[in-house]
Design a protein around this ligand. Structure first.
Ligand code: FES
Length: 99
């Protein structure tokens, strides 16, 4: 785990296959079938900070409607975290350390 403060805690289905990804350059592991939102928020308390208010964001609707869960891939691509499944080798940049 990247940090001690996380938003989501896995309570079921922990037997699914591991999916390695990178979060701000650090190795992390999700589980097969996780969305990017779940993958990140089981390691962090937020997805990113709002580009205007700098308030922490962690998604809102969880169904692809609110646009609150955009995350940036290391490639520069922006992804909607709640409706994108994590794939092995994905790399995300939040612009934040593990705090
Ligand atoms: S949480 Fe609303 S679009 Fe992803």
């Amino acid at each position: 785990m990247i940090e001690s403060t996380v938003l989501l805690h896995r309570v079921a289905e922990a037997h699914r296959a591991p999916v390695p990804f990178t979060l701000d350059g650090e190795s992390a592991t999700a589980l097969q079938g996780d969305t990017v939102l779940t993958a990140i928020l089981t390691h962090r308390a937020r997805l990113r900070r709002n580009e205007f208010s700098h308030e922490p964001r962690a998604g809102f609707c969880l169904m692809g409607a609110c646009q609150d869960c955009w995350v940036q891939a290391a490639s520069g691509e922006r992804l909607r975290a709640c409706s994108t499944f994590v794939v092995a080798g994905m790399a995300f940049v939040t612009g934040e350390g593990a705090a």
